[in-house]
Design a protein around this ligand. Sequence first.
Ligand code: ADP
Ligand code: ADP
Length: 231
Amino acid sequence: TAIVKLEDVHLSFGNTQVLKGIDLTVNKGDAVSIIGPSGSGKSTLLRCINALAMPQSGRITVAGTRVDTLTKESERIELRKRVGIVFQQYNLFPHLTVLDNIVLAPTRILGADRTATEKLARELLEKVRLSEKADAYPGQLSGGQQQRVAIARALAMKPELVLFDEVTSALDPETVGEVLWVIRDLIRDGMTSILVTHEMRFAEEISDTVVFTENGRVVAHGSPKEIFHDS
Ligand code: ADP
Ligand code: ADP
């Protein structure tokens, strides 16, 4: 069943058309990779899914909610509680420990129980292979470790799907792998995931569907087998 559906989505910034009629369907439990040249609209497409960008026309449905018609910021915030996003910049709070960075949003924004959330946070730290860093501060961690904390923080909200926007692009090459392995584990666990990435081989390995964008359009769309081995 579809958890994300974009139909003929058009988006412009001023006179610049950035999305020129995007159609995209993502089924629950699937991993979809979006690949394309810089400036082709990948990031904007992703941001449309959690209402960080709003299209001028078209229809966007995410987990049963019509997103393109959410006019109130409060409604968009409600949507974002259910759609996790991880950015290139991890943006952890430097004065909070790793554990407190993860616990903050569920307790403050969702009003989740502190003890239960700490337990969940420790489970998530295990999942991202950082159990021993719970009491460390972000500044004491490598970029790859901080990005894995950012992933755990997104998961602590128990999202229905997670968006990854070039999450390894700012990392030192030697820490890229550890972040990709964590994402691969999540996908294998069945987390619905949409990734904007330049990691072709990773996309080929983990994706159910690969989408190529160019100049605001989807120019190819299919299984990794169809995309990487045909024509
Ligand atoms: P990609 O992720 O494929 O690199 P983006 O979606 O980031 O592409 O950007 C597509 C185009 O839209 C680029 O030309 C970019 O400069 C422009 N753009 C993105 N965000 C904004 C914005 N908030 N305001 C104006 N232009 C933007
Ligand atoms: P990336 O290609 O990695 O997505 P960009 O430089 O395109 O990075 O975008 C970084 C941020 O700046 C995004 O929030 C994007 O929306 C915004 N942005 C990009 N281009 C413009 C622009 N021309 N005017 C205003 N904001 C922009």
